[in-house]
Design a protein. Structure first.
Length: 109
């Protein structure tokens, strides 16, 4: 998405929709695993099984990550849609920002 300005609006939207589907699938998988483990072993946040602590922590982090990513995809699609409604802006060379230079300066600090 860093270089989304090089894509057509439809391509960017398609890319975000694809990312959102991928992360929704992962989220569903993590939730299914969490439910299955809880069904078999009880509430994982209070498990007495030492071997379930790590998987529980990782699954919970994965669930939160995927939920956040899906929210970000929806938010980003909204930002792109609002820019598309404003119409294309003419590109002028003097308006170009050298992001590589900005990143390099930031990394040196």
């Amino acid at each position: 998405m860093w270089a989304v300005d090089h894509l057509r609006a439809g391509e960017a939207r398609t890319l975000l929709e694809s990312c959102q589907r991928l992360h929704a699938e992962r989220l569903a998988t993590y939730r299914t695993l969490m439910r299955e483990l809880a069904r078999e072993h009880g509430r994982l946040e209070r498990t007495a099984h030492d071997t379930l602590v790590g998987p529980y922590l990782c699954l919970q982090q994965g669930i939160w990550h995927e939920e956040m990513y899906i929210r970000w995809c929806k938010w980003a699609r909204g930002r792109l849609a609002s820019r598309a409604r404003r119409g294309p802006r003419p590109r002028r060379r003097r308006d170009a920002i050298d992001l590589h230079a900005v990143v390099a300066r930031t990394a040196r600090r």
